[in-house]
Design a protein around this ligand. Structure first.
Ligand code: ZN
Length: 136
């Protein structure tokens, strides 16, 4: 460990660090930074700085309980969005090998091998049968 890393580790002891809210705030700052300057007028640029400063404040904060509370509040509404995004990326990732269908009875997502045509599928979650049509 270099001298700098030791100093940094010492400095960060007892501080909050990163969590999902931190990543979200920093992503927000970076993504809004991609917008051309004429869309982001001075007001929005200031908002970006405030978001960035809040992210850093949380990162270096020693009030861990309060930061965890903030993150829990954030995750309450962000978790379903994160889950859906993750599922959509998985769907695209395995587009060559699987098709995804939702069970009409229990709404469970099912991953099916690509067997073109009409099939009867038994849902492993509720054990009910339903028909699927895989076109391609
Ligand atoms: Zn089902």
């Amino acid at each position: 460990m270099t001298k700098f890393m030791k100093k940094y580790a010492q400095f960060m002891t007892g501080r909050y660090g990163v969590d999902d809210l931190f990543y979200f705030l920093m992503a927000l700052v970076l993504i809004t930074g991609l917008f051309p300057a004429f869309i982001l007028k001075n007001g929005l640029s200031l908002v970006r700085w405030i978001i960035f400063a809040f992210g850093l404040f949380r990162y270096f904060s020693k009030n861990i309980q309060a930061r965890q509370k903030e993150n829990m509040w954030f995750m309450k509404w962000f978790r379903p969005i994160k889950k859906e995004l993750k599922f959509r990326f998985t769907r695209i990732r395995y587009i060559k090998t699987y098709r995804y269908r939702r069970c009409p009875h229990c709404h469970q997502q099912l991953r099916l091998p690509i067997n073109k045509g009409k099939h009867t599928v038994v849902c492993p979650s509720c054990n009910k049968e339903f028909n699927v049509n895989i076109l391609f």
